[in-house]
Design a protein around this ligand. Structure first.
Ligand SMILES: N[C@@H](CCC(=O)N[C@@H](CS)C(=O)NCC(=O)O)C(=O)O
Length: 239
């Protein structure tokens, strides 16, 4: 592992600072692990825009590597692949990069909204008071309704999510990882979404025999159980 002070990663944190639940930050965390790199992980809250103003925008992840600042999880993945080309590749062959970008877009555009309609209130509940107010205001404006109404019909929302992951289910029925026999950035793009839910919510997103679950377990185990060992919000623990 490279020394911890070489990289600084700003990550979204819950009221409990140890709970880092952002799907995009998870993509970056796994990309760093894939490259065998370690970062000093700085907890960040939605309302701490000033703390990342140096990056020229207001979202995390933000990675600082020496004098270089990179924001946006996709741009960070490209940066790590270029700068650490001699380390395990995130994409496989160069021509797999655009396909991985499609997977990233699919995860962001199809999975993230489907999950948000299940867990948005759980996300709200794990935040500290100041972030809660910001989150409720900004997300209720986005959904055009109270958060409680967004998640009202959990059964229907979970059924919709299960339909949304059909392409994954079909593919993973005969494939170990999205990227092939070993995990790659395509896997982290999708797994990051599931980590988001795992960290904040009790919702049972997948049937016990869903092949997506087997794949999720393999990724929980990756990098010395990095994801499995990661703290989750109290409200997310199953009794
Ligand atoms: N396309 C960006 C999205 C980053 C993003 O939306 N991050 C969220 C946390 S998951 C954020 O910082 N939101 C700030 C806000 O909503 O004010 C990426 O892939 O990194």
């Amino acid at each position: 592992m490279m020394s911890a002070d070489t990289f600084i990663l700003y990550e979204l944190a819950a009221a409990d600072h140890d709970v880092r639940f952002s799907p995009h930050c998870w993509k970056t965390r796994l990309a760093l692990a894939h490259k065998g790199l370690e970062a000093k992980r700085v907890p960040w809250r939605f309302t701490q825009k000033d703390a990342i103003a140096f990056s020229g925008q207001g979202r995390v992840p933000v990675l600082v590597h020496g004098g270089t600042v990179v924001s946006d999880s996709w741009r960070i993945a490209i940066y790590l692949e270029e700068i650490f080309a001699d380390r395990p590749t995130l994409f496989g062959a160069p021509e797999a990069k655009p396909l991985t970008r499609f997977i990233n877009s699919w995860a962001d555009a199809a999975l993230l909204p489907a999950l948000a309609r299940i867990i948005v209130l759980d996300v709200h509940d794990c935040l500290d008071a100041e972030d809660r107010a910001y989150f409720r205001r900004s997300r209720e404006a986005r959904f055009g309704m109270p958060l409680e109404r967004v998640v009202e019909d959990q059964v229907a929302r979970i059924a919709e999510f299960r339909t949304a992951v059909l392409p994954l289910r079909q593919y993973l029925d005969h494939q170990t990882f999205l990227a092939g026999s070993t995990p790659g950035y395509a896997d982290y793009c999708v797994f990051g979404m599931l980590m988001w839910a795992h960290c904040v919510s009790k919702a049972q997103l997948l049937e016990p025999d869903d092949p997506v679950r087997g794949w999720q377990e393999r990724l929980f185990d990756a990098f010395d159980c990095l994801a499995r060992r990661s703290p989750i919000a109290k409200q997310a623990s199953l009794q």
